[in-house]
Design a protein around this ligand. Structure first.
Ligand code: NI
Length: 167
């Protein structure tokens, strides 16, 4: 296993569109292991492969409090959405800054597991938010893209300030 380097804003590679996974072999298992290690190290709830410069449609998630419920979704597609929620989001690629984003409140997802088996999943609350946020990453979309220009500028200034303080 290996820790992967997380791309941070404004790295242009965060804007790449990821391609579907077609090979569910040993290489994919190795990527998943490394992504989980990186997710836990960064204390995130979700990580998209795009963020570690692997441009394939792979997401790892653990929204549990005890950090012991890892699961992955591969080639995910939203097949139904319902309602709205408006919750704070952060992103490992934007360390230390948060803002509220409007998302669907409930979603139904179709995806593949690490063996390539198709499954459907219903998600709401934090899991629904997280899945929508990570799926955006696979299309090169960042959570700040959903903010008004005013709020985005404010958040990016805050990000810059916190970087200067830790530099
Ligand atoms: Ni993110």
């Amino acid at each position: 296993m290996a820790l992967l380097k997380v791309l941070e804003h404004p790295d242009k590679r965060l804007r790449n569109k990821a391609v579907p996974v077609t090979n569910f072999g040993a290489e994919l298992q190795a990527i998943l292991n490394d992504m989980f290690e990186t997710l836990y190290k960064e204390d995130g709830v979700g990580l998209a492969a795009t963020q570690v410069n692997i441009h394939q449609r792979i997401i790892v998630i653990d929204v549990s409090d005890d950090r012991k419920s890892p699961f992955c979704v591969i080639n995910p597609e939203i097949i139904a959405r319902e309602g709205k929620q408006y919750e704070y989001e952060g992103c490992i690629s934007f360390p230390g800054v948060y803002d509220k984003v409007e998302r669907a409140g409930k979603i139904r997802l179709r995806a593949q597991d690490q063996q390539g088996q198709f499954f459907e999943l219903d998600a709401d609350a934090l899991l629904a938010t997280c899945l929508q946020h990570e799926m955006d990453h696979l299309d090169g979309i960042l959570f700040v893209d959903h903010l008004s220009r005013l709020r985005r500028d404010r958040l990016l200034r805050k990000l810059e300030k916190s970087r200067k303080q830790t530099a």
